[in-house]
Design a protein around this ligand. Structure first.
Ligand SMILES: Cc1cc2nc3c(=O)[nH]c(=O)nc-3n(C[C@H](O)[C@H](O)[C@H](O)COP(=O)(O)OP(=O)(O)OC[C@H]3O[C@@H](n4cnc5c(N)ncnc54)[C@H](O)[C@@H]3O)c2cc1C
Ligand SMILES: NC(=O)c1ccc[n+]([C@@H]2O[C@H](COP(=O)([O-])OP(=O)(O)OC[C@H]3O[C@@H](n4cnc5c(N)ncnc54)[C@H](O)[C@@H]3O)[C@@H](O)[C@H]2O)c1
Length: 473
């Protein structure tokens, strides 16, 4: 029998898609005549959002919120006999729903379509249009989509292990530890601090800088004081040393204080998977933080020029590590793959602004500039604030801290930013995103439509009225 040569293992496709997160949405009837390989080495099929990100976290946030609301119901005159939350039951319900979706998707991609092959291996670039798998298969295609995502950043002082985990494992724990330290001051840390404390664990969140360092300063201050009612928040400190003994972890912080914990969740940001894919070996251009550089058509750049047929989407190239952004990138890529083959004009990715929402306790939803950022960018901008407590819905909630701030350009009346903290903030942001996306002025926006009374949307109506008044001064 003749032995295999390297060339025996070269397989040629029309299209290779790396990553089954948002990349998995690319195959469509318009591409059904192409020979496609979909590659993913993940522990689960379907990427981060479905298996370890957006969707399961929100399925844990909801019961944690319910329990917290019951515990706080006395404020509204409701007496309750206490509340218990069963971690294992919630976990099994959540993954009893998620895992079959992921497994069903994998089975379909594996054998459901004659033109698609699923490759469940780690790959790395060995040319601009060539990848090699760990077992030595060489896959080539005239079009390649890189949707390889990102992964949690590890801290040298606390390497990942059984009781030092990332968001990938944070929801699949065998049981809920009694004392958990959450490291990080971003959205992952904030959401898990709210989840674990809602389930009854003793949580300490530590971060080297203020929480949500890049957000509006009043949002930051309100989040920190409201969050502190449910878990302990320590800022301005880092873990200097960590030791593990019979009683669990002892963490020595940079201010020389110590913390005892049964487990540690590290949520210190995510790094793009370009190193795992060895995209530098193909010569592609990268940002300083390791993301791939793309043009407005999502084409990967090499020496500042787009590489024909090579596209990227989602966390591996975007400055926003968000699922709605990854999905929009994927829609642009899907359309441009077809257009490129037909020699038709490509579509630019021009959608904006990007909403950023935090499902913690409290919730946060923002887009665009703070007043300081708008002024620094040379805009003649004003800021207005509407407290929830100044509306009938805020009275119903007995709310004393939540608010919506708008940043508006004086002359045009255009919304430059919106910053909301409080119940349902992500929903309340949407009419503002809509106005900003379609370039509407705040002038006439409140009075040009009905706002149901006394719904929470009156917070937005009033904020718009204040803005209109302010820009006319
Ligand atoms: C805990 C958490 C909660 C989140 N919540 C939200 C939220 O509420 N809203 C929101 O908008 N966003 C949220 N996000 C962010 C969101 O999940 C991501 O922005 C999104 O999933 C990125 O999608 P993607 O397609 O770029 O990558 P992914 O979905 O991560 O897919 C990348 C895939 O590529 C595979 N891969 C990587 N390297 C290789 C290789 N060398 N070989 C083979 N395969 C490889 C990986 O295994 C993975 O399956 C959350 C993230 C986390 C971690
Ligand atoms: N609701 C949502 O939309 C949602 C939810 C979860 C995650 N995500 C996405 O996932 C991404 C990752 O979230 P994240 O919270 O891990 O990252 P992040 O970038 O939001 O926050 C990282 C935090 O880690 C801290 N940090 C960084 N390096 C550190 C170090 N060496 N030691 C100690 N602390 C350190 C930073 O100060 C920062 O507070 C986010 O960018 C977000 O877009 C979105």
């Amino acid at each position: 029998m003749a032995s295999n040569t390297a060339n025996d293992r070269v397989e040629t496709f029309d299209l290779i898609i790396i990553g089954t997160g948002s990349g998995n949405s690319i195959p469509s009837p318009a591409l059904s005549d192409l020979k496609i390989a979909i590659v993913d080495d993940g522990r689960w099929f379907g990427g981060t959002c479905l298996n370890a990100g957006c969707i399961p976290t929100k399925m844990f946030v909801r019961p944690a919120d319910l329990a917290r609301n019951v515990r706080e119901a006395g404020r509204l005159g409701v007496s309750t006999a206490g509340v218990d939350l069963d971690w294992n039951a919630v976990r099994d319900r959540v993954f009893g729903r998620i895992d079959p979706i992921s497994q069903g998707g994998e089975a379909y991609r594996d054998s459901g379509e004659p033109n698609i092959s699923l490759v469940r291996e780690t790959v790395r670039f060995t040319g601009t249009h060539e990848i090699t798998t760990t077992s030595g298969r060489v896959l080539r295609a005239s079009q390649i989509v890189i949707g390889g995502g990102s992964r949690p950043r590890e801290l040298e002082v606390l390497p990942f292990g059984d009781t030092v985990f990332t968001s990938d494992d944070a929801m699949r724990l065998e049981s809920l530890p009694g004392r958990i330290v959450v490291i990080g001051g971003g959205v992952v840390a904030a959401e898990f601090a709210a989840i674990y404390s809602g389930f009854g664990a003793e949580v300490t969140q530590i971060n080297r800088s203020p929480l949500f360092r890049d957000l509006d300063r009043d949002i930051r201050a309100t989040f920190t004081s409201a969050g502190s009612r449910n878990w302990t928040i320590r800022t301005g400190v880092e873990v200097a040393e960590a030791t593990h003994g019979d009683a669990g972890w002892t963490l020595t912080l940079t201010d020389a204080s110590t913390l005892e914990a049964d487990a540690v969740l590290v949520a210190a940001g995510r790094r793009p998977n370009t190193d795992r894919l060895d995209t530098p070996a193909a010569g592609f251009d990268h940002h300083e933080d390791g993301r791939l550089q793309v043009d407005e058509y999502q084409r990967v750049l090499l020496g500042g020029q787009p590489v024909g047929g090579v596209y990227a989407l989602g966390d591996i190239s975007s400055p926003h590590q968000l699922k709605h952004v990854a999905n929009q990138d994927a829609r642009i890529v899907a359309s441009n793959l077809v257009a490129e083959r037909a020699d038709a004009p490509l579509t630019a990715n021009t959608l904006g602004p990007v909403p950023y929402t935090v499902f913690s306790a409290p919730e946060i939803a923002v887009f665009g500039a703070t007043l300081d950022e708008a002024k620094a960018a040379g805009k003649d901008a004003i800021e207005v604030r509407q407290d929830y407590g100044g509306t009938a819905w805020g009275w119903a909630l007995e709310d004393t801290e939540s608010f919506c701030k708008l940043v508006v350009e004086r002359g045009s009346g255009k919304l430059l930013g919106a910053h909301i903290i409080g119940p349902d903030a992500p929903i309340l942001l949407q009419p503002l995103i809509q106005a900003a996306s379609f370039g509407q002025s705040v002038k006439g926006l409140a009075r040009g439509q009905y706002w149901p009374h006394p719904a929470a949307t009156e917070i937005i109506e009033n904020a718009l009225l204040h803005a209109e008044e302010e820009i006319q001064k």
